[in-house]
Design a protein around this ligand. Structure first.
Ligand code: PRT
Ligand code: ZN
Length: 222
């Protein structure tokens, strides 16, 4: 399927932590989104815009490949994507103030952490292997990064790795698994991204209109 070039396409997370707030933001910016929560796409009634509902991990690819002109995604997902690319055709145009979390190194409760050097020669399980590898390199530490796509917090219990690098918001998940955060790797929040290329004049005008509206919503949210 080729996307209709006369319309703007915005990629949003279909269902997950960013979904409701992403839709909300667009609604408050004045976009009337057609109903149909389970559909993969929705039309905006009052602008030539289509929304695409996808997994958050696919949003950078869709924007980078030019399938969607805009997307709403966590900085953590964006950064992991960026570290795997030589050229990035995506730019961040607004920080959205929701979906805030931190990517942290966690160790078994009671572990005597004395800085990143404590990780030398250890195994660290994570869903963010590129960010973790980069961070370790920045710290000058050599450790083994083990990629897991879910249930990362179980890795120490299962003997897969001694440490994890995972997203934390309240810290309850870590605590429930006898882990404690010991170091900060990155802070993250949801951002609006835009394909880094020239749009046809009408689409550029529409983009600027939508961005102004979104800025207005963000400003009124304080
Ligand atoms: O299906 P899809 O691939 O789209 O969704 P997903 O399961 O990959 O993502 P989802 O919906 O869980 O998260 C989407 C985005 O929300 C993330 O990429 C982050 O940018 C942001 N976000 C904010 C979080 C959290 N807070 C968060 N707490 N993403 C995940 N978590 C998880 C974390 O991985 C851990 O399992 O929540 C648990 C920790 O939470 P606390 O409160 O116990 O610390
Ligand atoms: Zn995901």
């Amino acid at each position: 399927m080729f996307a209709d070039r006369d319309r703007l396409h915005i990629a949003l997370q279909k269902s997950g932590r960013l979904s409701d707030r992403s839709r909300d933001l667009l609604s408050r910016a004045g976009l009337r989104i057609q109903d149909g929560k389970n559909r993969l796409t929705a039309r905006v009634e009052n602008f030539p815009i289509d929304l695409m509902f996808v997994r958050d991990d696919d949003i950078p690819t869709l924007v980078n490949d030019g399938v969607c002109e805009f997307g709403v995604v966590g900085e953590n997902v964006l950064r992991e994507f960026e570290l795997g690319r030589e050229t990035m055709r995506i730019e961040t145009v607004a920080k959205l103030g929701f979906g805030s979390c931190t990517l942290k190194i966690a160790a078994p409760i009671g572990f005597d952490y004395a800085g990143a050097q404590s990780l030398a020669g250890q195994r660290i399980a994570t869903s963010y292997p590129r960010i973790t590898t980069q961070w370790l390199a920045d710290q000058g530490v050599e450790a083994e990064v083990v990629e897991m796509n879910g249930a990362v917090e179980l890795a120490p219990k299962l003997g897969i790795a001694g440490f994890i690098c995972d997203l934390v918001s309240t810290g309850q998940t870590l605590e429930a698994n006898n882990l404690a955060a010991v170091d900060l790797v990155m802070e993250s929040e949801a951002v609006l991204v835009r394909a880094k290329r020239e749009f046809p004049a009408e689409m550029e005008e529409l983009s600027e209109n939508i961005l102004t509206r979104i800025d207005g919503v963000l400003a009124s949210a304080g």
